[in-house]
Design a protein around this ligand. Structure first.
Ligand SMILES: Nc1ncnc2c1ncn2[C@@H]1O[C@H](COP(=O)(O)OP(=O)(O)O)[C@@H](O)[C@H]1O
Ligand SMILES: [Mg+2]
Length: 240
């Protein structure tokens, strides 16, 4: 669309590319001193034995959380409680199409997302937490409202709320996102709130998190869509 000169909503090429590749995004977070789970990137075509050694050397403890480096929607993700489970997961994942995975320290926390929507300037929407009885916030829980309990505005301790709001805005600005984004966190019992990822192309569904957060901010669904459409015409030109 850049080459054809067709306007498109949301972020430009660089911000979306940074957001899509979790390891690169996490390198940026670390440089910015923003808390994110410790992780190591592994390649699907390496032997399971060498990957186990890499994980052991870099993380040194279990459980770990495995996810594709460039995936989304919780697809291909899973928890391994020990080296045997990780080996099983890696063997199963080896048959899938992802070339690269991230293995992260497992964080015990409640998934939380914070939306940013351009309202003349980037404005942070009320955070949304999402609890589930499933092992984690997986693909099924994301697509079946009966499998999750959303709270928006989230009931967060004051300091944590302020931190996630400030961090979401910082992430949005530092990756050069435009118009709309959602930053995912985990809210931990010990007060930590590590960033998992940023979504520069969040779902615009009426049942989606962004619409729920917009509603909580007093922005109707139609108004939200209008504001997202407007972002196609306010983006700086892409200069490769
Ligand atoms: N390091 C982790 N520890 C524990 N759970 C995690 C971790 N990373 C991700 N998860 C779980 O997986 C879900 C999706 O992770 P996320 O990094 O946002 O990837 P996706 O792009 O698939 O949404 C999170 O909401 C959380 O439930
Ligand atoms: Mg996510």
């Amino acid at each position: 669309m850049e080459q054809l000169g067709i306007p498109y909503t949301g972020s430009g090429v660089l911000a979306s590319a940074l957001g899509m590749h979790k390891p690169t995004f996490k390198t940026l977070l670390t440089a910015l001193n923003i808390d994110t789970p410790r992780s190591v990137t592994v390649l699907a075509d390496h032997s399971v034995e060498s990957t186990l050694t890499t994980v052991e050397l870099n993380l040194g403890c279990y459980p770990v959380f495995v996810k594709p480096a460039g995936g989304g929607g919780s697809l291909g993700a899973g928890i391994a409680r020990d080296a045997d489970e990780l080996a099983g997961l890696l063997r199963a994942r080896g048959k899938e199409q992802y070339a690269e995975y991230m293995v992260e320290e497992y964080i015990d926390g409640i998934p939380c997302t914070v939306g940013i929507l351009d309202q003349g300037r980037p404005a942070v929407l009320p955070p949304l937490t999402c609890e589930t009885d499933r092992v984690f916030y997986d693909y099924e829980a994301k697509h079946d409202r009966g499998l999750r309990r959303e709270t928006c505005p989230a009931e967060l301790p004051e300091g944590v709320e302020q931190r996630v709001v400030e961090t979401a805005l910082k992430v949005h600005q530092q990756i050069g996102a435009h118009g709309v984004s959602c930053v995912d966190f985990l809210i931990c019992p010990d007060g930590r709130s590590p960033v998992l990822e940023v979504n520069t192309v969040p779902s615009l569904s009426e049942q989606g998190s962004l619409a729920t957060m917009a509603t909580a901010a007093g922005v109707s669904y139609m108004e939200m869509i209008k504001r997202v459409l407007d972002t196609a015409f306010t983006k700086d030109a892409y200069v490769p």
